[in-house]
Design a protein around this ligand. Structure first.
Ligand code: 3AT
Ligand code: MG
Length: 333
């Protein structure tokens, strides 16, 4: 079942590459837009400090991980030496003249207050003590900084997810974060790999322990020395277009979702059996919170819808699938 892709003309590949590059150039924010986000953050911080002296606000998610869109939401984490109550934070934000649609959500795993920033039209939310999210944002930013193709491919994936309507966790599909993990996993598993497993690189005999909320958030971040620490550095020379076709093929043909977990913290394959996550078809392990499966909220119907988007993607990009996955989810159970 390892028949090669149909012959691809250089012209086709060059157009495909341009399309991929364009996902990045068309949607990435410019410097001004990045600084506007920082400005909003500082303004909000000084505003909430009137009520909560000692509070600290930090941006995370795509405002900081290298995969942001112009219209991406503002993900803000609030912490500091004070007791913060989500309802009183919401009450305080309601007094801010530049914001509207303030909505506290206390039932979610991480409580948040949603808001709408009137002048920019950006939506945002403030979560409390969301420390792991700050660390996974830094991890993603490090991967984005290793190779330009990482960045572009993650943009392509996000555009694809939005266009296929499979990229909104609040409506039962997967979050941008989950799709980014899928891209990174593919790039680690590619042969030769495009990126290393940063959580597996260290000089000491044993992996260093940096505990946050009980999880080890260590990863290698001295990227200047990566070429000497990682023997495979720059061995992969594929174009972004080739990698995009490779990714679609990987998730529709090579990767067995029933058996394996999308897991970016180790290079060796992790099985759904190891994790006791066999009742789900798409299993994506958070790189730090190892109890967290990002695919846990998917219904069977949504799982099918997502898999079909990938399969259709192959037709759209000229490499229709010949061998269907051994057990397509509609046949499950
Ligand atoms: P967008 O550009 O906003 O679509 P994003 O990377 O900011 O992409 P989200 O706004 O969905 O993605 O999420 C913001 C951050 O919140 C990313 C990650 O640090 C955290 N996060 C999102 N979804 C999950 C999840 N299911 N589990 C754990 N952390 C998550
Ligand atoms: Mg976001």
């Amino acid at each position: 079942d390892l028949d090669p892709l149909p012959p691809m003309t250089p012209e086709f590949l060059s157009v495909l590459n341009k399309v991929c590059e364009q996902c990045y150039t068309d949607f990435a924010p410019d410097e001004l837009e990045v600084s506007v986000r920082e400005h909003i953050l500082r303004d909000l911080e000084s505003f909430v400090r009137r009520q909560f002296p000692g509070a600290r606000l930090q941006l995370f998610g795509s405002s900081k991980n290298g995969f942001g869109f112009r219209q991406s939401d503002l993900d803000i984490c609030m912490d500091g030496n004070c007791i913060i109550i989500i309802e009183s934070l919401a009450r305080q934000l309601k007094k801010h003249p530049g914001l509207k649609n303030i909505l506290p959500i206390t039932t979610a795993k991480v409580p948040i207050v949603k808001f709408y920033h009137i002048r920019t039209g950006l939506e945002g939310d403030i979560s409390l003590y969301n420390t792991l999210a700050l660390h996974n944002t830094r991890l993603l930013a490090s991967y984005a900084a290793i190779d330009r193709r990482v960045k572009i491919l993650c943009y392509v994936m996000k555009v694809f997810a939005k266009m296929c309507d499979i990229g909104d966790a609040s409506r039962g599909s997967l979050s941008s974060y989950a799709y980014t993990l899928m891209v990174l996993f593919f790039l680690q598993q590619r042969s030769p790999p495009v990126i290393p497993v940063l959580q597996e690189i260290y000089d000491a005999k044993k992996k260093p322990q940096v505990l946050v909320d009980g999880w080890n958030v260590y990863f290698f971040h001295d990227l200047k020395t990566l070429p000497s620490c990682w023997p495979q550095y720059a061995k992969n020379t594929e174009t972004v277009g080739e990698l995009w076709l490779g990714l679609l093929r990987f998730y529709t043909e090579d990767f067995d979702f029933r058996e394996h977990v999308v897991c970016i913290r180790q290079h060796s394959r992790l099985t759904t059996f190891n994790k006791q996550w066999t009742s789900k078809y798409i299993v994506i392990e958070d790189p730090f919170d190892l109890n967290h499966n990002l695919g846990a909220g998917l219904s069977r119907k949504m799982t099918n819808f997502i898999m079909k988007a990938f399969i259709n993607g192959r037709t759209v990009f000229g490499t229709p699938i010949k061998v269907f996955p051994p057990l397509y989810p509609s046949q499950m159970e």
